[in-house]
Design a protein around this ligand. Structure first.
Ligand SMILES: Nc1ncnc2c1ncn2[C@@H]1O[C@H](COP(=O)(O)OP(=O)(O)OP(=O)(O)O)[C@@H](O)[C@H]1O
Length: 535
């Protein structure tokens, strides 16, 4: 899925960068740079128990984007407009929506599913659930998750409250089979699209009929792929028809297997809008690279949207991010990487590559260098989820300092104290650069993003920097003394790598590049060069 992202991304990026079409409501945004952060003491209407929960998280004030969203959503007229946020990586977008949603739901009388937060990947969804978990229980709200690669039975047990029938009593069988005996065990659900659709289609008692808030986080990523039509399905299932009724399974659009949604949503006076008696579904869409493509935005069916952005440029990098480049000699890029990692003296680093294959090889190669300072692990779509989570946790805890990653980790992931991001492979698209670089310099901290370049890439990289609004990206001054010892151990490490890699049958159109044979030395030298570039 992650690797597939690139193809769709290519087209989307080119289209977005070249189009000057901006929808009218995006032309007069709220500029978050004019909003000040605000202490919890002075934040209007903040629930005292939420204040306590935030303080326990070590938060004493809200960041500008959080203050801006708070003012739009809390108090009179709150949540009347849908909100679209384009704000840099690490600026605190998660809490910007989690806090107002939890505050608003804190006054709910009955438990039912009122807020749905959708994210593109499992790890990201669990990270966001962690933020809700830290604040929602303080006001009696319950949070659930529905993400891929976890047990669906476990999900159901967590999400749906089944009635306990008393053995001594007689029940009308019609009552027992009817859905009103089942209810939601959660107020807020954080989900990935695939698992969400599983529940919509198959889980008895799972219903969106009471949904009031829909958050589409990493919007541009989620809108790029249809994921079984999750968005039109959710919108259809939460839309009121003219007579105030919500679609049933007989509505042509809705798949006939929507067993869970056969209950018709009744009119409610909980919250009205423009004289309508039913609650409107309020939507929040957020990203550090929010799409401006009208054909994408229209999918969200936004209501009188308000656009919040940071500054006047299309993209913005975190304020304390320093960008640096290293020009590498052809054929020995790994030597530069190891030299760079040594110069960083054990600081936490994420190294990004362009593919799962390169991630795997580079990780092995680094470990064959045998440097105790450089203990690397792999994190990519090529690993199964359990291994991925284990490596990520080890990295979070600081048990390993270097995580070699494909773009699976580029979006949204928040790992404390990552001081450096290294683009081993130059990112092809400005958005990829923004999201990769944004794994550091988060929450107002300082961080550095290094990009390793071959001579032939320098020009293209300068063009990319212009698009992301970063004119300055000096060469990182690194002493050649650091490289010389690394060069000496490079060839043996590479030989070990070649030995360790299972020979694979070459497929048409696919470079293998790791098979060792005993033809001429010349061939091998060329081969080593190619391997080094790929690794
Ligand atoms: N008000 C705050 N005070 C201190 N730290 C905060 C505050 N709000 C958020 N943070 C911290 O800032 C970090 C970044 O937050 P978050 O992950 O929400 O950023 P983001 O804008 O969603 O980034 P990305 O675009 O990369 O997903 C997190 O570690 C979070 O705990």
């Amino acid at each position: 899925m992650v690797e597939k992202e690139k193809d769709g991304q290519a087209q989307a990026e080119v289209q977005e960068e070249t189009t000057s079409l901006v929808v009218p409501w995006m032309r007069a945004p709220v500029d978050v740079t004019h909003v000040d952060s605000c202490s919890l003491e002075t934040l209007p209407s903040l629930h005292p128990r939420l204040k306590e929960a935030l303080e326990k998280m070590g938060i004493s004030s809200l960041f500008p984007v959080q203050v801006a969203v708070w003012h739009e959503t809390i108090g009179p007229g709150g949540f009347e407009r849908d909100v679209c946020v384009n704000s840099p990586t690490g600026s605190g977008k998660t809490l910007s929506y989690a806090l107002p949603i939890v505050q608003t739901l804190s006054s709910r009388a009955v438990r039912c599913l009122r807020a749905l937060v959708v994210l593109p990947t499992r790890d990201l969804a669990l990270q966001v659930k962690g933020v809700f978990d830290a604040i929602a229980p303080s006001v009696g709200l319950s949070v659930g998750s529905a993400v891929g690669q976890s047990s669906i039975a476990g999900d159901i047990a967590q999400l749906i409250k089944r009635p306990k029938l008393d053995a001594g009593l007689c029940y009308d069988p019609e009552d027992i089979t009817s859905q009103n005996l089942e209810s939601s065990a959660v107020d807020i659900l954080v989900a990935t699209p695939g698992r969400l659709m599983d529940h919509i289609n198959n889980t008895k008692g799972f219903t969106l009929e009471h949904l009031r808030y829909l958050v589409v986080d990493e919007t541009d990523r989620l809108l790029r792929e249809a994921y079984q039509d999750w968005l039109p399905t959710v919108l259809k299932l939460t839309q009121a028809s003219e007579d105030g009724m919500f679609p049933s399974s007989t509505t042509p659009f809705v798949p006939s297997s929507f067993g869970s949604l056969q209950t018709i949503r009744r009119q409610s006076v909980e919250r009205g809008f423009k004289g309508k008696p039913y609650p409107r579904l309020a939507k929040l869409a957020l990203s550090a690279t929010l799409t401006q493509d009208p054909s994408k935005l229209i999918q969200l069916d936004l209501h009188h949207p308000l656009f919040m952005t940071t500054g006047t440029t299309r993209y913005r990098l975190p304020e304390k991010l320093e960008c640096l480049r290293l020009i590498c000699e052809t054929g020995v890029k790994p030597v530069y990487l190891v030299g760079l990692l040594k110069s960083l003296e054990g600081e936490k680093c994420i190294v990004f590559t362009s593919s799962v294959e390169t991630t795997r090889r580079l990780c092995k190669l680094l470990n064959f260098f045998g440097d105790s300072m450089i203990k690397a692990k792999e994190y990519s779509g090529g690993l199964n989820q359990a291994v991925r989570s284990k490596e990520l946790n080890a990295f979070r805890k600081g048990d390993i300092q270097v995580l070699i990653s494909s773009d699976a980790l580029a979006r949204g992931m928040d790992v404390e104290l990552v001081k450096n991001v290294i683009n081993y492979d130059m990112p092809h698209y400005p958005k990829t650069f923004i999201h990769r670089a944004g794994r550091t310099a988060r929450a107002g901290r300082a961080g550095r993003c290094f990009t390793l370049l071959g001579d032939h890439e320098v020009r293209r990289f300068s063009d990319l920097l212009k698009i992301v609004g970063n004119a300055s990206c000096p060469v990182y001054p690194i002493s050649s003394d650091l490289f010389d010892p690394v060069r000496a151990i490079y060839e043996p490490a590479l030989a070990r790598l070649e030995e360790s890699v299972e020979p694979t049958a070459p497929r048409k159109g696919r470079q293998v590049g790791f098979k060792h044979n005993s033809r001429s030395r010349n061939w091998q030298t060329k081969r080593n060069k190619a391997t080094a570039e790929q690794a």
